[in-house]
Design a protein around this ligand. Sequence first.
Ligand SMILES: [Zn+2]
Length: 262
Amino acid sequence: MNRRHVLGAIGSVGSLGTLAYATRDPVESLEVRLWLSDGAAAYDGVAERTLEYVERLMEFEFWTLEVSFGGVVPVSTEDGARVTSAGEWPLALASGTVGSSDVEPADDVNLLVTDGQMKRAPTGYGLPHIASVGGARHIADLEPFEEFVESGPEGDVERRIVPLQTPTRTIQILLHEVGHALGLHHEHGVAFRYGDAVVATPMLSTYAFSSNSPYDHSRCGTSYPDPSGLKWRLSLAFSTCARRELASYSGGVRPRTPREGE
Ligand SMILES: [Zn+2]
C-alpha cells in the first residue's frame, strides 16, 4: 500500500499533471518518516533535532502526526536536490532498498536529510510523498526548539519568527520540501511586514527577498511587501493559506510544474 503511493508519485515525474487520484476524505493521521545519508549521520543529533522541529511545526488540529526515524541509507550522493531529482531516492522508496539497506516508506512524507551544500539552489527537492534536503551540519547547529523558537528570539511565538541564518534557513527549506511532498506550492507561502523586516513563510522562503521574484501574491490573495530597504527574517510556521491546503490533504497529489520541486 505504501509502496503504491510512492510508485504513483514517480509516475508523476514523467507525466506531470496527468496523474489523478480518487478523491478521499482528508487524512486523520499523517505519517512522516526521516532517513539520513551516511554524510548526515556523521553529525551528532541531526535526527533528533529534525524530528523535534518537524513534530512541532507540522502539528495541527486537523491530524495526528506520526513521526518516525527510518535509519541511515547509503545513497550515492550527498546532494540534497539531486538525490531526488535524479531518481535515486524515489527509486529506493519504490524498490524498498538502497544498497544493502531496507527502506520501508511511510504513507505521506518520506524525508531524506543529507550533508549537501546549502549555498546555491537547488538545495533540496520535493515530489508528492518524497522530499530531500542537504544541510545536515547546519541542522546539527540548530538550538533546541523549546529554547530557540518557543521562547521567540524575535518576539512572536505564534508566527515562529527567527533570524535569517544558515541553520534557520536550512530547517525552513526542509519544511518547504515537506510542504511540496504534501502538495503545497510556492504560492501557498506568504511574505509579511513585521517591524522593519519582511518575513517569509516556508513555501515562499527566500523568493520573498528578491525584488524580481516571480511571486508577488499568495494563492489566498495576500500581496507581498516590497522587500527593498527591509531586513529579512524567516517564519517557520506555515501560512494560513498553506494550513488551509494541508487541512484538505487527502493523501493524493495535485498537478504542478517541475520548477516547483526545488
Ligand atoms: Zn519549492
